[in-house]
Design a binder for this molecule. Structure first.
Ligand code: NAP
Length: 287
């Protein structure tokens, strides 16, 4: 049987991780708030992911809040040496489930300590500074104060590697001038391709690009071309969307999110899918 190894690996800091990883956001309750509907099912998804060879899990303490980190801790600790847990800081949740910016140095430090405690770690493998989206979406404001605080925590040994999320190319460059980054996590999928040039630039420098909403997030991707390609090659549209990302660039690491073991299995089977050139052309035309 083929395995997820067939999708290959890519460098994430000082580690090589498999390109098929897992995003834990869907494990929290509805609206990424509160406990999961089915706690045992959530723990089972995490255990199955790691048992299937996933060695890269994306999370944050603001999922729940605290919920996904505590589930990861319960399901997977003591952690295998191979597992890279990537978390992110930069927001807090209100009692009404709102997402609030927490970008000040003291707030970032508190968030790093929350992540350490809830994941049960002494040092975080990779932490993304997630730039809080403004009401107009991404912007080019300076992130220097926040990212300098992240670099300070790296120097102190609380964080091994740094990354950045929701960042424009200008902000990525500003962060890199402060401290090395190992990954950028931005929205990107078949239908949302603002970062095409950025992905290629990062690939040239050996930096991972980790698309969030690889399947479209809260509105899963739908397209006639996607369905046609899927039918032709005997895969599901979601599998084709992931296979396209794997072929798009070698520095793309996937973290599709799911709360279901059957969807997890389906997503990991993408390692077995080879998209013919003609399918790539049809999919490239979607955006
Ligand atoms: N940096 C940021 O600002 C940011 C923002 C959003 C997300 N993220 C990260 O990115 C990860 C991935 O994003 P995401 O989970 O929001 O979106 P996604 O991976 O694009 O899509 C998740 C949605 O697709 C469904 N799904 C998953 N596999 C499926 C399959 N094989 N067939 C049909 N439906 C399927 C899931 O439902 P089921 O649960 O029913 O499978 C869920 O509704 C998150 O887990 C999180 O770690 C980061």
């Amino acid at each position: 049987m083929r395995t997820i190894d067939h999708a290959g690996t890519y460098t994430l800091g000082d580690r090589q991780v498999r390109r098929l990883g897992y995003g834990a956001m869907q494990l929290a309750g509805p609206g990424v708030f509160g406990p999961p509907r089915d706690r045992d099912a959530a723990l089972a998804v995490l255990r199955e992911a790691v048992a299937s060879g996933v060695d890269h899990i994306d999370t944050s303490d603001f999922y729940g809040p605290h919920v996904t980190n505590q589930l990861i801790h319960e399901a997977l600790s003591p952690y295998s040496d191979d597992l890279v847990i990537v978390t992110k800081v930069g927001a807090t949740r209100g009692a009404d489930a709102s997402w609030n910016p927490a970008q000040e140095p003291a707030q970032l430090r508190a968030a790093v300590h929350d992540n350490l405690r809830n994941l049960g770690l002494e040092r975080l493998d990779v932490v993304n500074f997630r730039i809080h989206p403004g009401h107009l979406g991404r912007g080019d404001h300076s992130i220097a104060d926040s990212f300098e605080a992240m670099a300070e925590m790296q120097t102190e040994g609380l964080i091994h590697h740094l990354g950045i999320s929701n960042a424009t190319p200008t902000q990525v460059a500003e962060a890199r001038a402060i401290a090395p980054i190992v990954c950028v996590q931005n929205e990107y999928n078949l239908a949302h391709r603002d970062d095409d040039a950025l992905i290629d630039e990062l690939a040239a420098d050996g930096i991972a690009f980790v698309p969030f909403f690889p399947l479209g997030g809260f509105s899963p991707l739908q397209s006639a071309s996607l369905s046609t390609v899927a039918e032709r090659i005997g895969a599901t549209p979601m599998q084709v969307a992931l296979a396209w990302l794997l072929r798009r660039s070698p520095n793309i690491l996937l973290i599709p999110g799911t709360s279901s073991v059957s969807h997890l299995r389906e997503n990991l089977q993408v390692a077995d899918i080879e998209l013919p050139n003609e399918a790539m052309r049809a999919l490239d035309a979607i955006h």
